[in-house]
Design a protein around this ligand. Structure first.
Ligand SMILES: [Zn+2]
Length: 172
C-alpha cells in the first residue's frame, strides 16, 4: 500500500495543503558506525529549541480527542539549507506509521504557541476524521465534515489570519 500523506491547506484553496505566497502570488548485517546516542535520539526529536511537540500533542490529545490518538510519534522534520520559495508544507501525517512531522521552520520564537498548536491539531484531526471520496473516486481529506470539526479548535480564526499575515517570513 502506498504511504498516505495528508497535508493541511487553507480553507479556500485546493489540495495539497501548501500555503501559497500571498505576495506573488517530502538488516541483516551489523554495520559498525560511530553513532552517539544523542544523535540517534535526534532523528525523531520532538523537542525543538522553542517548542516541545510531544507536550503539545499530549495536551491537544487530552483536550480535543479524549486521548484517542495512541502510539503516535511527533517530530520536527529535517532542517533544510534553504527556505522554500513559493509554498510551504507546515506539517503532514502518515497514518500507517502513526507519524506526524512538523516543519522545523515553525520552531521559532515569533511563532505563537496557539498557531503551532493549530498546525498539530489539524494533523491530529486527520487521524480521527475519515476521508471522503468524490463521484470520480478522488480522495477528499478536507471535506465539509472535516472543516466543521477543525473550527472547534479554540484559536482557529486567529490562526488562519496569523498564517496569512506571516507566511512571507517562512519563504525566501
Ligand atoms: Zn490536512
Amino acid at each position: 500500500m502506498p504511504k498516505r500523506q495528508t497535508r493541511r491547506k487553507s480553507p479556500s484553496r485546493p489540495q495539497p495543503r501548501v500555503a501559497a505566497d500571498p505576495r506573488g502570488r517530502a538488516r541483516k548485517h551489523h554495520l559498525a558506525t560511530v553513532r552517539a546516542p544523542f544523535q540517534r535520539q535526534f532523528e525523531f526529536a520532538s523537542e525543538g529549541r522553542w517548542f516541545d511537540l510531544r507536550a503539545i500533542f499530549d495536551r491537544l490529545n487530552a483536550r480535543y480527542f479524549r486521548n484517542r490518538l495512541r502510539n503516535y510519534t511527533i517530530a520536527w522534520g529535517r532542517r533544510r539549507r534553504e527556505k522554500p520559495r513559493n509554498a510551504i508544507v507546515f506539517a503532514s501525517i502518515q497514518e500507517e506509521d502513526r507519524m506526524i512531522r512538523v516543519h522545523p521552520l515553525l520552531d521559532r520564537q515569533f511563532v505563537p504557541q496557539w498557531y503551532l498548536e493549530y498546525i498539530v491539531f489539524h494533523e491530529m484531526l486527520h487521524a480521527v476524521v475519515p476521508d471522503r471520496h468524490d463521484p470520480a473516486g478522488r480522495r477528499i481529506v478536507h471535506h465539509e465534515g472535516y472543516r466543521k470539526r477543525e473550527r472547534h479548535y479554540r484559536h482557529y480564526r486567529r490562526s488562519i489570519e496569523w498564517e496569512q499575515e506571516n507566511l512571507g517570513r517562512f519563504l525566501r
